[in-house]
Design a protein around this ligand. Structure first.
Ligand SMILES: [Zn+2]
Length: 853
C-alpha cells in the first residue's frame, strides 16, 4: 500500500473529524458559485490561468461527488477532475455540518453551518469545484443509517439528491462512502451513499419527483462509483489482496507545468479551508493513488477510464462541432505574451454559443467565455459602496470603476441594477484609462437571512419551499449590477456584486459583501426563556442601531393567551449606528404548563422588523452580517425547586448555569483554583460543567477537597467527561470507569429502575413523560463499570443495541451525595425540556429533605 493513500485515509478519517467524533452534536449556473466569492471581476488572471480556462472551454464533462458533511469530500479527487481533466465537478454535501464542533469560535448549530458552508465555498474557489447542499439538517452523531432515516425526511432528502443530478447532469457520480450497513460508520455517511445510489436510478425516470420537471429535465448518469480505500477493508493487507477488477486506479498527484503546481498541492490548500474543523493540511507532492470502485454502469460495461465511452467534447451538443473546432484553434494559437490576440476568436465562439439550443451547456459555456474575455482584455470592473450594512429603502452611493487594458475597442453601454434602474453611457474605454461613475442605489426590501433559515428548521430538515432555491450553496449577492459592454462590436454582459470597500492603514484594501439588515436589531438573552409556572420574571432585551438617527417602538407579541408581557410597547431612539440599549420587561407565565413564542417587533419608519444580527469575521471566509428571526420560545414548566446556593465549575463551556438561574436558583460560577473547605462552606451544591475533568487542571488536586466537602453533607453533581485525557482518574469518591456508551436516540425508551427512590419523587414526581421531547441525544460517555456504592437510576437503550444503566449514578458519601451523569443537560436545559429541569432540580435537592438545612 502506498504512503500517499495512507495519508489520505488518516486525513479523511482523522479522529478530529466532527463526523466521527462522539461528542457531536437553483444552482443557477456554475458561474454563480464563483460570483459569491469574487467580489470584483479583476483582470488578474495571467496567461497560465487563461490557458487552463481555454482548455476547460473545450471539455463538456460533469462529475458529481456525494457525501454527508463539509470535510467529508476528497479534495484531491475534486481538484483532479476539475483541474487535470477540466471537468465540471460538484460536491454535493447532504448537510451543512451544523452538528459539528467549532475550533475557531463560539458559533454553534445554524451559525456553525453558515461558517462551514462558506468554508466549502472557499475550498471550491481553490480546487475549482462547485458546491451544492440538500435540506438535510446535521442533527449530530448518528450510529446508523436506520436512525438517520427516522430523523431526516428520507423522501425529501432523496428528492434533493435527484434534483442535484437533474441540475448538474453528471456523467459520473462518485460516493465518498459505501452503502454497507454491517460495518460501523456515521449514519449520515452511509445514508449519503444509499441515497446517491437510489437517486442514480430515479433521476432519469419522469415518474420520480415529477414536480421538478417544471424546471429541469430528467437525467441518467452513465455510471456510479464508490471512492474506496483500505479503510473500508479494515487493513492495508486486506485491501492489497482485494479484487480490484472493477476498480479504477487514478494517480491524482499530477503536476501541471503551466501553472507550476501539482494537483495534491492545490488539494492541500483547499482542504486547509476547513479551519473550523482544524483541518489545516499539508500540500503533498508526487504520485498518489486513489481508487474508484464501480457500483453500476448503465450499459453494463467495466470502464477503463472515468469517462470511457462518454463523448466529453463539443460534439455532444447539437451544433457544437464547429464550436469545438474553434476552441481547439483558440488553444493552439494562444499567445502567452499577448492574450488579447485571442479576443476576436473568443468573440466568434461567444456569438456561436449564444445561438445554441442546448440551454444547459450554453449557459455554462457563455459564463466561461465571459470570464475569458474579461481576462484577455485585462479588464477590471468593480461596483463598490462605502457601507457593508444598509437597510431597506436606504439610498447609498455606489461607484462604478472600470478599466480596459487591451488595444481593443471597448465601449461601456450601460449599468443596470434592475429593469427600472438602468443608466446608459455609450462611453469608449480607452487603453489603461480609469473610468469612474458615481450613482445612487436604493436598497431593496430583502433582508440578508440565509435562505434555508427563513423558516424554522425541524430537527432533521431545513424548510425551503421554493424549488429553485434548493441545492444552492448560499444566498446570491444582496445587490448585483449588470455591466454591458461592446467589445469590438459584440455586446458582452458582466454581472458583478455591489461590494463594500475600504482601505485600512495596516491591512490595505478590505472588501466585504453588502448585507441588507434591519435598521435596528433586537435580541433576548436566551433563545428559550424558561419559567416555573406562575412565577413572573424580568427579562432583558437589547436593541442595536444599524443606521443613524432612528426611533420607534418595541412591541412584544406572544402567540398564546395566558402569557403576559408588561409593558407591551416601549419607545426608543438612537442617534448613531452602533449604539445599543437594554430594555426590560416583565413576563408572567400562565399557571399551567405552556409553550409559546415571543416575537420582539421593532416598529420604525413605517416598517416592522423582528430580527437579530450576528457577525462572522474570519480571515478565510467573507465577512458576514447574518440576519435571523429574533423570536424566542417561552416555556412554563410545572416545577418545584428547593432554593439552595449552588457553585458551578465551568468545564469546556455550556449554558447549564444560565438555565438554572432562569428558573430561580442562585448560581455562582467559581474559579476552580480558589476551591477550599472554607470557600465551599457557603454552598450546598457544587455542579461541574461538561468535560470539567478533561479541561480543568486544578481538579487534579481540588477533587479531594470537593469529596471531603461532600462527606460533610454537600451534594456534588458531575456532568459528562470523555474517557481520554482526564486530569485525574479520581473523578468520584468511589471508583467508576468511563466508556464510550451513549444513547443517540433522543426518544429512546427510558426505564425507571426504582420509582420509589427519593430522587424520583422529591420535590418533583418523575414520570415516564418526563423523558419526552429531549433533544439530539439522551447522553454520552456513560460509565460502564462502577463501585457497588453507586445506585443506577435509569436504564436506556438505542434500537438494536444493548441497554445501559450508566446514564445517572448516585451514591451517598458520608453525610452527602455524589451524582455522576452523562445525560446531556447542556443540550436539554437550553432547549427548555421540562423533564430535564424537573430531574435536575431533584438532583440538586438531594439530601435536603433529611437535613432541612
Ligand atoms: Zn462526515
Amino acid at each position: 500500500m502506498n504512503k500517499a493513500s495512507t495519508r489520505f485515509v488518516i486525513r479523511s478519517f482523522n479522529p478530529k473529524c466532527n463526523c466521527m467524533k462522539l461528542t457531536n452534536t437553483l444552482v443557477v449556473i456554475p458561474f454563480f458559485f464563483t460570483l459569491l466569492l469574487h467580489f470584483t471581476l479583476h483582470g488578474q488572471s495571467g496567461s497560465s490561468e487563461i490557458y487552463k480556462d481555454i482548455k476547460k472551454l473545450g471539455v463538456l464533462a460533469n462529475v458529481l461527488y456525494v457525501a454527508a458533511h463539509p470535510d467529508d469530500e476528497n479534495t484531491r479527487l475534486i481538484s483532479y477532475f476539475s483541474n487535470h481533466l477540466s471537468a465540471h465537478t460538484t460536491y454535493l454535501s447532504l448537510t451543512r455540518g451544523d452538528g459539528g464542533q467549532n475550533l475557531i469560535g463560539s458559533e454553534m448549530r445554524e451559525m456553525l453551518g453558515i461558517i462551514r458552508t462558506q468554508e466549502l465555498l472557499a475550498a471550491r474557489s481553490i480546487d475549482g469545484g462547485n458546491q451544492m447542499f440538500t435540506r438535510a439538517n446535521d442533527f449530530g452523531y448518528s450510529k446508523s443509517s436506520a436512525e438517520t432515516f427516522t430523523i431526516w425526511d428520507r423522501r425529501e432528502v432523496l428528492s434533493d439528491v435527484v434534483w442535484a443530478i437533474r441540475k448538474i447532469k453528471p456523467d459520473v457520480i462518485i460516493n465518498r462512502f459505501n452503502t454497507d450497513t454491517s460495518r460501523p460508520n456515521h449514519g449520515h455517511h452511509t445514508s449519503s451513499a444509499i441515497m446517491s445510489v437510489e437517486a442514480f436510478d430515479l433521476a432519469g425516470d419522469p415518474a420520480s419527483f415529477p414536480e421538478q420537471l417544471n424546471y429541469v429535465d430528467t437525467w441518467q448518469p452513465k455510471r456510479i462509483y464508490f471512492n474506496t480505500s483500505w479503510f473500508f477493508y479494515g487493513s492495508r493487507e486486506a485491501f492489497d489482496t482485494a479484487d480490484k477488477s472493477k476498480m479504477l486506479m487514478i494517480d491524482i498527484g499530477s503536476f501541471d507545468q503551466v501553472t507550476g503546481e501539482s494537483n495534491s498541492e492545490i488539494a492541500g490548500r483547499s482542504r486547509s479551508m476547513h479551519k473550523s474543523q482544524g483541518f489545516g493540511s499539508a500540500e503533498t507532492r508526487g504520485e498518489s493513488l486513489d481508487y474508484l470502485d464501480l457500483i453500476k454502469d448503465v450499459d453494463g460495461r467495466i470502464p477503463k477510464e472515468i469517462f470511457d465511452g462518454i463523448d466529453i467534447s463539443w460534439n455532444r451538443v447539437q451544433g457544437g462541432a464547429a464550436i469545438g473546432t474553434k476552441v481547439k484553434k483558440l488553444e493552439s494559437t494562444f499567445d502567452f505574451k499577448h492574450p488579447g490576440l485571442s479576443i476576436p476568436l473568443l468573440l466568434e465562439i461567444y456569438s456561436s454559443i449564444q445561438k445554441l439550443n442546448d440551454s444547459y451547456w450554453r449557459d455554462i459555456k457563455l459564463a466561461e467565455c465571459e470570464s475569458l474575455i474579461n481576462d484577455c482584455l485585462g479588464l477590471f470592473v468593480e461596483v463598490r459602496t462605502n457601507k457593508y450594512r444598509a437597510s431597506p429603502g436606504m439610498v447609498i452611493p455606489v461607484t462604478l470603476e472600470i478599466i480596459n487594458r487591451s488595444d481593443l475597442q471597448v465601449d461601456l453601454s450601460s449599468l443596470s441594477f434592475s429593469e427600472t434602474d438602468t443608466s446608459q453611457f455609450n462611453s469608449p474605454l480607452k487603453y489603461n484609462q480609469v473610468f469612474i461613475k458615481e450613482r445612487k442605489l436604493t436598497i431593496p426590501d430583502q433582508l440578508s437571512t440565509p435562505y434555508w433559515l427563513k423558516d424554522s428548521p425541524t430537527e432533521g430538515m431545513y424548510v425551503v419551499k421554493e424549488q429553485l432555491l434548493r441545492g444552492q450553496p448560499s444566498n446570491p449577492p444582496a445587490v448585483s449590477a449588470k455591466v454591458n459592454l461592446i467589445v469590438s462590436g459584440t455586446p458582452v454582459q458582466f454581472t458583478v456584486p455591489v461590494v463594500y470597500k475600504t482601505v485600512d492603514p495596516a491591512e490595505g484594501e478590505i472588501y466585504r459583501p453588502l448585507s441588507i439588515t434591519p435598521s435596528v436589531a433586537v435580541e433576548f438573552e436566551d433563545d428559550v426563556l424558561v419559567f416555573a409556572k406562575g412565577d413572573e420574571r424580568i427579562v432583558n432585551v437589547t436593541l442595536t442601531a444599524i443606521q443613524d438617527s432612528v426611533n420607534g417602538f418595541l412591541r412584544m407579541k406572544t402567540d398564546k393567551p395566558g402569557w403576559k408581557v408588561s409593558p407591551d410597547s416601549i419607545a426608543w431612539s438612537f442617534t448613531k449606528s452602533g449604539e445599543t440599549t437594554t430594555l426590560t420587561c416583565t413576563i408572567t407565565p400562565p399557571k399551567e404548563e405552556s409553550t409559546a413564542s415571543l416575537r420582539p417587533e421593532i416598529i420604525t419608519g413605517g416598517l416592522t422588523y423582528h430580527h437579530k444580527l450576528k457577525t462572522l469575521d474570519y480571515d478565510h471566509i467573507p465577512y458576514m452580517s447574518v440576519v435571523r428571526d429574533a423570536t424566542v420560545k417561552l416555556e412554563s414548566i410545572d416545577l418545584k425547586i428547593i432554593p439552595r446556593p449552588i457553585a458551578y465549575i465551568e468545564g469546556a463551556g455550556d449554558d447549564v448555569a444560565e438555565g438554572l438561574q432562569q428558573i430561580g436558583y442562585d448560581v455562582d460560577v467559581i474559579d476552580p483554583a480558589s476551591i477550599s473547605a472554607s470557600m465551599l462552606s457557603k454552598y450546598q451544591v457544587v455542579i461541574l460543567g461538561i468535560r470539567a475533568y478533561n479541561t480543568v487542571d486544578a481538579l487534579a488536586y481540588k477533587n479531594k477537597i470537593l469529596f471531603d466537602w461532600v462527606e460533610k453533607g454537600g451534594t456534588m453533581i458531575v456532568q459528562y467527561n470523555t474517557n481520554g485525557r482526564l486530569v485525574t482518574n479520581d473523578i468520584a469518591p468511589y471508583p467508576l470507569t468511563l466508556s464510550r456508551d451513549r444513547i443517540t436516540e433522543e426518544n429512546s425508551t427510558v426505564t425507571i429502575l426504582d420509582p420509589e427512590l427519593e430522587v424520583l419523587n422529591y420535590p418533583n414526581k418523575i414520570k415516564s413523560n418526563d423523558f419526552d421531547h429531549w433533544v439530539q441525544e439522551r447522553g454520552l460517555y456513560f460509565p460502564n463499570k462502577w463501585d457497588e456504592h453507586f445506585t443506577p437510576i435509569l436504564e436506556m437503550k438505542d434500537t438494536g443495541e444493548k441497554s445501559t444503566q450508566g446514564s445517572l449514578l448516585i451514591t451517598n458519601y458520608g453525610e452527602g451525595h455524589f451524582v455522576y451523569s452523562g445525560l446531556s443537560w447542556f443540550r436539554h436545559l437550553p432547549a427548555g425540556v421540562p423533564g430535564s429541569y424537573r430531574l435536575l432540580s431533584n438532583l440538586i435537592s438531594l439530601g435536603f429533605k433529611n437535613s432541612k438545612s
